[in-house]
Design a protein around this ligand. Structure first.
Ligand code: ATP
Length: 437
């Protein structure tokens, strides 16, 4: 048997430690859909919070919305998704009858059985459903394949109700659905995914400079959450691969174990979406410049990032195996900003006096940090668990603590231990986590 690769090792860790589970696993799962366990939920929340903080909270020119997943189907007619949101599909005409995305197949034979392939046909990626009890064409609705349209149809609502003036942005985080043809690579290509999108509205002609601004800023954000700069690159799209709405696009790519892959897409959407919604809805979606009085449909720059791919890139980037005193140690070297827990509190043994102090220490630290209390198993195994889930600091309460009112703080990466007085613990942890005072 061949050695497991980085993706298999990570998939197994994610299951074992409670980051990611196959959806409805007791029934054999469902393809390209996953559930997130206790640690996965923590990591995802931190990703969302870091994005929202950078894109919305720390700025005065971006507002948030949460639009519904179900929308009037005319939205998808206007946006071009009904006609254009499709991938070319080829069928194996040989033994296995598998289906492939034509642009993922090299040559003209089935990658599985070597059989001949059909001519490509376009397959729409939107999930279709029905609203109400009657399943006929008038009741058809779609699960949104992107959150962006929920922003465009609310452009006027946000403009009127907020005090924003162009240029400004509207941000949204939410679930999207894509009936992908070829899946695989764990959570890289899902059928149910979560996106974080910003639509930035600016004057026509200003979009080129804003596109540069957002490209630079988004790349810097990926660095700031701890992804290694050498595993990230920008790749402008060629003429033939641009989406139907895009004037230009650049992907932020990450070096996944199977090669470079899209992490985030940044696009100049021009006035495509608002213009189409104005045409199809008949509503005026123009903006009036308060100074010049000029009326125009704003141009849009869109950075669009998947939480799931960010999650995967962070874990792959953080995963390492080392040898410590003849034993293998698995470490998730996550940046403290994204680690599911920042501080673990561990009593050395289950003696009642130690447990009491440890509980008190944790109850205090909980107000400052994401903490976990753990009294199970031998201390070595508990350190191993914390290393494997990426907890940067572990505080151990031992018998000396009862006398010296201090505890040992162990760092995940260096494994260095220092003795810290209990009343200094929060300050020392804050410092070691690199948090501002
Ligand atoms: P691809 O070329 O990989 O199919 P795309 O160009 O269709 O992706 P976009 O429409 O630009 O992707 O989507 C924006 C972001 O949403 C992507 O950069 C990615 O992070 C995320 N994303 C898109 N599709 C999926 C998916 N099926 N599973 C997980 N994340 C996805």
């Amino acid at each position: 048997m061949s050695e497991p690769g980085p993706l298999e090792l990570l998939t197994s860790l994610c299951k074992r430690r409670g980051f990611v589970f196959p959806s409805s696993e007791i029934y054999g799962g469902i393809n390209a859909v996953y559930d997130f366990g206790p640690l996965g939920v923590r990591l995802r929340r931190r990703i969302r919070e870091l994005w929202w903080r950078d894109m919305v909270d720390l700025r005065d020119d971006v507002e948030g919305v949460e639009a519904a997943i179900l929308m009037n189907p005319r939205v998808w007619e206007a946006s071009g998704h009904l006609a254009n949101f499709s991938d070319p599909l080829v069928d194996c005409l040989g033994e296995c009858h598998q289906r492939w995305r034509a642009d993922h197949v090299e040559g003209d034979r089935c990658p599985n059985c070597g059989g001949p392939l059909s001519a490509p046909r376009q397959f729409n990626l939107m999930f279709k459903t029905f609203i109400g009890p009657v399943e006929d064409e008038t009741a058809v609705a779609y699960l949104r394949p992107e959150t962006a349209q929920g922003i465009f149809v609310n452009f006027k609502n946000v403009l009127v109700s907020s005090r924003q003036r162009v240029p400004f942005g509207i941000a949204q985080i939410g679930r999207s659905f894509r009936n992908e043809i070829s899946t695989g690579n764990f959570i890289f290509r899902l059928r149910e995914l979560e996106m974080m999108e910003l639509e930035w509205f600016c004057a026509p002609g200003d979009d080129v400079r804003w596109f540069e601004y957002w490209t630079e800023r988004r790349l810097a954000w990926h660095h700031s959450i701890g992804l290694a700069p050498e595993h990230l690159r920008l790749r402008p799209h060629g003429e033939d691969e641009k989406a139907h709405y895009a004037l230009a696009s650049t992907d932020v790519e990450y070096l996944f174990p199977w090669g470079w892959g899209e992490l985030e897409g940044i696009a100049r959407r021009g006035d495509y979406d608002l213009r189409r919604h104005q045409e199809v809805s008949g509503k005026d979606l123009q903006y009036t410049d308060p100074v010049s009085g000029e009326r125009y449909i704003p141009y849009v720059v869109e950075p669009s990032l998947g939480i799931d791919r960010t999650f995967l890139a962070l874990l792959l980037d953080a995963y390492r195996e080392e040898e410590v005193r003849g034993e293998k140690r698995v470490v998730l070297g996550l940046d403290p900003k994204v680690a599911p827990f920042e501080v673990a509190v561990l009593p050395l043994s289950k003696k009642a006096e130690l447990i009491e102090v440890a509980h008190r220490v944790e109850a205090d630290l909980r107000h400052h940090f994401a903490t976990e209390y753990d009294e199970t198993q031998a201390i070595g195994r508990r350190y191993r668990r914390q290393d494997e889930i990426g907890t940067p600091l572990a505080v151990t309460v031992d018998f000396d603590s009862l006398e010296d009112h201090a505890a040992t703080v162990r760092e995940r990466d260096s494994m260095e231990q220092v003795r810290v007085s209990l009343d200094q613990l929060a300050a020392v942890c804050r410092d070691k986590l690199g948090r501002p005072a």
